[in-house]
Design a protein around this ligand. Structure first.
Ligand code: MN
Length: 209
């Protein structure tokens, strides 16, 4: 896929890109935020990649509470949204933009169910093994809040975080089917929105004794 098929939008997807992405059966999605607590740390960037490898990064500004085109796309029930650790991205998209992402595939859950021979389930590890690609994560912990001045390194990092997810998804499904855990994986994906509701209400260990 062409590595230069990348664009940046402000506030929301432009209508042409929305139309193009609505034709996909699956989209890779990632977010960058100011930190790990959705209630405290605002959403800064939403990255998307379709099966053709077209990557878009949407810059979200401070105080922004809606993005109608993103909402339409991420709530479209005929498009599977693929994340790595969906639990976090679903929470931040819901908390910041009121988006109820659905349906969902999480490559981290899929990896944990499929790759039981390792405990390395970070995106970098999964992409390295399944795609033979070395991801540069050096921009992972950086200031994403200065949206108009994101560096080339940051944008390139942000794009690479979605570029391999759809291919990884297919490879993980093959293992899950072979090991007869595909049904279980789908049941896990199905409960993610409920888990996020509990997270946002700060319920911890609800299922513990
Ligand atoms: Mn990322």
């Amino acid at each position: 896929m062409p590595l230069n098929d990348f664009q940046v939008c402000d506030h929301d997807l432009d209508p042409n890109t929305l139309t193009e992405y609505l034709k996909a059966d699956a989209l890779a999605v990632d977010t960058e935020t100011m930190g790990l607590l959705p209630q405290r740390d605002r959403l800064c960037l939403v990255q998307l990649c379709n099966p053709e490898g077209k990557v878009t990064a949407v810059r979200i500004t401070k105080g922004q509470t809606v993005a109608p085109n993103l909402k339409q796309l991420l709530e479209a029930n005929n498009i599977i949204k693929v994340f790595h650790f969906a639990r976090f991205d679903i929470a931040t998209l819901r908390h910041n933009l009121g988006i109820e992402v659905n349906p969902v595939f999480c490559t981290k859950i899929a990896s944990k169910l499929a790759r039981t021979y390792t405990n390395r389930h970070g995106l970098k590890d999964v992409v390295q093994e399944l795609e033979q690609v070395e991801l540069d994560k050096s921009a992972q912990s950086s200031d994403w809040g200065n949206a108009v001045n994101l560096s080339e390194a940051q944008l390139s990092y942000a794009a690479n975080d979605v570029r391999y997810l759809l291919s990884v998804k297919q490879k993980l499904i093959q293992i899950l089917e072979r090991e007869e855990r595909w049904q279980l994986a789908q049941e896990c994906f199905h409960v993610l929105p409920t888990l996020v509701s509990l997270d946002l209400l700060q319920f911890k260990d609800l299922f513990e004794h």
